[in-house]
Design a binder for this molecule. Structure first.
Ligand SMILES: [Zn+2]
Length: 120
């Protein structure tokens, strides 16, 4: 019994491709027939913006080998040179803290109270 159809046989394949199709140098060399002319399929413009990048094949590599990407390891300040912040958020640009002044004032009042207390 033969389970494979004749169209899948190698002999059929070789028979189908045994005639050579030679390239031609232009449409002027085509044979003129009474058949309707060969025209490209009709095209209708699709909605939306046309793509700029070509759609990649399934097996095609998706890595951008030739594109150099800017990779930043960590933030580095241009003002003080420390890591972790940039020039804009540098501690040098911050206004002086008022808490220190308050603490100092409290300490002075505390000292005055102590002096007062010890004198009595
Ligand atoms: Zn800084």
């Amino acid at each position: 019994m033969d389970f494979v159809d004749a169209c899948y046989h190698t002999q059929t394949y070789f028979k189908a491709y045994e005639n050579l199709i030679l390239p031609m140098n232009g449409m002027e060399l085509w044979d003129i027939t009474n058949m309707p002319p060969c025209v490209p399929p009709s095209y209708s413009k699709q909605p939306g913006r046309p793509r700029k990048a070509r759609m990649k094949e399934v097996g095609e590599c998706s890595k951008k080998a030739n594109v150099v990407t800017k990779v930043q390891d960590s933030l580095r300040c241009g003002q003080c040179g420390r890591n972790g912040h940039n020039k804009r958020t540098c501690h040098r640009n911050l206004p002086p803290k008022t808490k220190i002044k308050k603490r100092k004032a409290k300490f002075i009042i505390f000292c005055l109270i102590l002096v007062n207390y010890s004198n009595k």
